[in-house]
Design a protein. Sequence first.
Length: 152
Amino acid sequence: MKRQAVIDKLKDGGEIIYSRGFTSSAHFYTGETVNIATVLNLQEQGLVETRESEKSYGLYYITWREQKQMKVIRVEFEDQQQDLLWWDIRVKDGPLEVGEVVDCGPYHKDLYTGCKVFTPAPYQVGDKLNFASLKGEPLTLRYPIIKVTERK
């Protein structure tokens, strides 16, 4: 089956049975074979949920993962004479999601754009944001939030 046909069938409620063993195989209950590379690609992209069978070792069930809506939140920081006054953070619509800085200003776009924000949304006035630098080191921004707005 072609990749898009697999996606369409999963979105319609289909479930792939995936067996890892001496010879790996993947197919729908109705018998259509699915390319193993397609299954691995969908898993790598986070588009499907995989759960292991409780009865058979090496047998997995794969279903479509409902995608959460993304939104961008503008967080403005207290002005303490720094060059960074705001971040635009893209977050999934849900609790405890990791955000990502997609814009900032008025300076330092090269330092902060792409950083992961670990403070869970919704952000509150007075919060200080925990994030990972582009090198992956955990940091806390020292400027408290003074305003939070949803961007369109």
